[in-house]
Design a protein around this ligand. Structure first.
Ligand code: LMR
Length: 330
């Protein structure tokens, strides 16, 4: 008996000594983003975490950091290249430093609706644009929708002239700056994490965002008027670093890629639903007035903002603009 006991003790001691060596630590994937969890991007990130951890238990550990908890969008890509974060999905407006091509998506009144956006992103031209960041060490893994942007402000914006002299918070995009300059506005590039305070303290008069960002960040509570302008797009590119992706073991990488693909498809479904439900929730809140614009009023916004296309045609590429326009015809 004594002999059996000491044999057991020896076996336990041996296991304790050997297990840390044989069991590799899980690969960590930090996914940083700036929006709330209850948004298309937020829900997509959580779905990715669930899928990967179901399929690769103990092998991969995904940690999602929403609400700019880890990095703001202006820092996340630098951090990714340094290996401090492995996944992010900044808006297409925030890749300006890495590629000029994705600026296409910021051109005002380019896409007629989200179906046209989807057609374009899935086309050969759209898919090739995902590769435009590769020279910089990044890999575009796919697009994810949020939706069309609405204009909000302290005063009603019915006509382009209503924007004159007003300060607008914008993302870090020269095209968006030009768009507001076209209507006499004063654009200010500021991080998403500061938008609520900027609006609440009236440091800026207005901004532009899709419905799910407006609702989840309560912008409608500090903006008495929202013009349903659908004047531009806010979508994302899911991105990782080439070094990280290529460094994943051969049996892990396809599972991660497939999980991402499924999570993106789910996120896109959420985007379509939330565009409707969050719009309705904003209206039902009674905290803001949603302004509809007539076809004639809309035509005036188009006329005022469209010269931006010409201004950036050289940077973005005439062919890309034409390909995007072609996706409207279907
Ligand atoms: C913004 O800064 O307004 C957006 O890019 C935030 C987001 O990720 O939707």
């Amino acid at each position: 008996m004594k002999f059996v006991k000491s044999l057991l003790t020896a076996a336990v001691a041996c296991a304790a000594l050997t297990s840390p060596v044989t069991q590799a630590a899980p690969i960590e994937i930090k996914f940083a983003h700036v929006v709330a969890e209850n948004t298309p991007k937020g829900k997509m990130a959580i779905r990715f975490e669930e899928l990967v951890e179901q399929r690769l238990p103990g092998q991969v550990d995904v940690k999602v950091y929403p609400n700019s908890q880890l990095f703001g969008d202006n820092k996340v890509l630098e951090a990714m290249l340094l290996g401090d974060v492995q996944l992010a999905a900044p808006s297409l407006s925030k890749f300006q430093k890495y590629t000029k091509q994705l600026q296409l998506f910021d051109l005002p009144f380019l896409f007629e609706d989200m179906a046209a956006v989807e057609r374009f992103q899935q086309s050969e031209v759209g898919q090739n644009m995902l590769k435009s960041v590769e020279k910089k060490g990044l890999v575009g893994m796919g697009y994810i929708h949020n939706g069309m942007k609405q204009l909000s402000a302290y005063e009603p914006l019915k006509l382009p002239s209503d924007a004159k002299g007003k300060k607008f918070r914008i993302q870090t995009s020269d095209i968006l700056a030009a768009q507001f300059a076209q209507v006499g506005g004063i654009p200010l590039k500021k991080p998403f994490s500061e938008v609520f305070t900027l609006l609440q303290t009236k440091a800026v008069d207005g901004t532009e965002n899709p419905w799910s960002n407006i609702y989840s960040k309560k912008f409608h509570e500090v903006q008495p008027f929202i013009t349903e302008s659908n004047h531009g797009l806010l979508d994302y590119m899911v991105v990782t670093s080439k070094e990280f992706l290529m460094g994943l073991p051969a049996d892990i990488r396809p599972v991660v890629e497939q999980s991402l693909k499924e999570a993106i498809a789910y996120g896109n479904k959420v985007a379509a639903e939330k565009t409707l439900s969050d719009r309705q929730a904003v209206i039902d809140s009674g905290r803001t007035q949603v302004i509809a614009i007539s076809a004639e009023e809309r035509a005036q916004w188009v006329k005022a903002m469209k010269p931006v296309w010409k201004q950036f045609e050289g940077q973005v590429g005439k062919d890309l603009i034409q390909a995007a326009l072609d996706s409207n015809k279907q």
